[in-house]
Design a protein around this ligand. Structure first.
Ligand code: FCB
Length: 473
């Protein structure tokens, strides 16, 4: 039986501003925390920065034509806040808005549906200097910024994503410090998580007030497929604790209007959560989500402290002396046995099935989209002819799309689209340019784009809605 997806299912690719745009100092753009962080010695691999990245700011039209040539029907991109508001507040820079308007117009002209992320980690440095996400005012500033972008592009963008992976912003940015701004205070990480939730809620209200009724507001969460290494009570408890800090700290207020009790209890030694003011939890879902975006790469396997051979404090997000898990620093993490990607992440498509069916059970009637999924491999153009044979990426995608389909058919999940991470090889945060996630290879010396075998494979899927067989299968 062919694996067939419903008509109208969105076949997208995804990117983020800082990872592809470059042009870091052009047209009035202000610095973001990622500019500062990546220019600080020792923070990114080899000192890589996003100054040039994939030069998308200057190659926008070519990149949209590339997507159109592949037959993709949707594109998830992010707006750089400091391109629009260089200090995170005040009047918009027209040239910054013009860039995104031109991008959206190009997409629409090619029949590609835009999905706009307002925040993919590039906080204006001036707001970090004023306290960053641990500081409540940042949430208010974000809502103002959301309004500015909605006024400029609301008439032509149907899908809106407030935040990308607030877990990373809060817990990697302010907990383990492996992401910008690189701070390491567990309470600041929790404060940041709350202010990100609040920022989402305030922005959703600002967007709702401005966008046409048909516009759909969502958020992209890297909800975590947490698995206990054994069925022991201690390991199951480790799973519950990580689930609270990875997932329910966001889905609690977003879907149910409250932080879970066990999260508050598990962090009580650190904070009384008095930074959550009366009415905040209601504000997070005053204008409830129209859809939920799920980013998935790999499962997370945990056990109680001292998890035995092969266990470590490293959960796959990058080594640090500081844990990104406030109150659960003792939990051990384990590698998925078997195949791994170039990030060292295990390959297990069933995690995607588990997440999609979980959220569909927990939020009945809420449409889902996979807003990121993909894999890094050290792809090189072949010496003869320059083609890139990324067979492992095709296998990875095939496996995950099979599970996505199964989640829709057997699992009853209402999934409306899939955004492959990523269109282009790009700046992979602290790993710099060393990790290649693109289905299109980028030669950074010349900025030449070469679609990999996975791009041709994905094009067949996007055109037919039928999962192509694996080559050679
Ligand atoms: C996600 C990020 C995205 C990209 C992928 C590999 O956590 O949202 O920007 O770096 O991981």
């Amino acid at each position: 039986m062919p694996v067939r997806f419903p008509p109208g299912f969105l076949w997208g690719t995804a990117t983020a501003a800082y990872q592809i745009e470059g042009a870091a100092r052009e047209d009035g753009r202000g610095p973001s925390v990622w500019d500062t962080f990546s220019r600080t010695p020792g923070r990114t691999r080899g000192g890589d920065t996003g100054d040039v990245a994939a030069d998308h700011y200057h190659r926008r039209a070519e990149d949209v034509r590339l997507m159109a040539g592949l037959g993709v029907t949707a594109y998830r991109f992010s707006v750089s806040w400091p391109r629009v508001q260089p200090t995170g507040r005040g009047p918009a820079v027209q040239k910054g808005l013009d860039f995104y308007r031109a991008l959206v117009d190009d997409l629409l002209e090619h029949g590609i549906t835009p999905a706009l992320t307002l925040y993919h980690w590039d906080l204006p440095q001036a707001l970090e200097d004023a306290g960053g996400w641990p500081h409540r005012d940042t949430a208010e500033r974000f809502a103002d910024y959301a309004g500015v972008v909605a006024d400029a592009l609301g008439d032509r963008v149907p899908y809106w994503i407030t935040l990308n992976e607030p877990w990373c912003s809060a817990f990697l940015g302010y907990g383990s410090g492996v992401h910008a701004p690189g701070r390491t205070d567990p309470v600041d990480a929790l404060r940041a998580a709350h202010h990100l939730n609040l920022a989402h809620g305030l922005a959703a209200t600002a967007l709702r007030a401005r966008l046409p009724a048909a516009a759909r507001i969502g958020i992209a969460l890297n909800t975590c497929a947490v698995r206990a290494r054994t069925g022991s009570g201690a390991d199951l408890d480790a799973r519950r604790r990580i689930d609270a800090l990875a997932n329910r700290v966001f889905t609690g207020p977003l879907l149910h209007g409250a932080y879970p009790d066990d999260l508050l209890a598990g962090t009580a030694r650190l904070t009384d959560w008095s930074f959550v003011r009366a009415g905040d939890e209601a504000a997070v879902r005053r204008d409830p989500l129209d859809w939920l975006g799920v980013n998935y790469y790999a499962p997370t396997i945990v056990s109680a402290a001292g998890g035995g051979p092969g266990s470590s404090a490293d959960d796959g997000h990058g080594a640090s002396d500081h844990s990104p898990w406030p109150g659960a620093e003792d939990v051990s993490f384990h590698q998925q046995p078997g195949e791994r990607t170039d990030m060292g992440w295990g390959v297990d498509p069933t995690g995607l099935y588990d997440l999609l069916t979980r959220w569909s059970r927990e939020a009945p009637g809420l449409p889902l989209m996979v807003t990121e999924n993909g894999a890094a491999y050290p792809d090189r153009p072949s010496p003869a002819g320059g083609a890139v044979h990324d067979a492992r990426r095709v296998r990875y995608l095939h496996g995950h799309l099979s599970e996505l389909h199964r989640a829709m058919t057997e699992g009853g999940a209402d999934v409306r689209g899939y955004f492959l991470w990523s269109l282009l090889d790009n700046f992979e945060w602290a790993y710099g340019y060393a990790k290649r996630f693109g289905i299109v290879h980028v030669d950074y010396a010349t900025q030449t784009r070469t679609p990999k075998a996975s791009a041709h494979w994905y094009a067949r899927l996007a055109r037919s809605g039928v999962l192509p067989d694996l080559p050679g299968a």
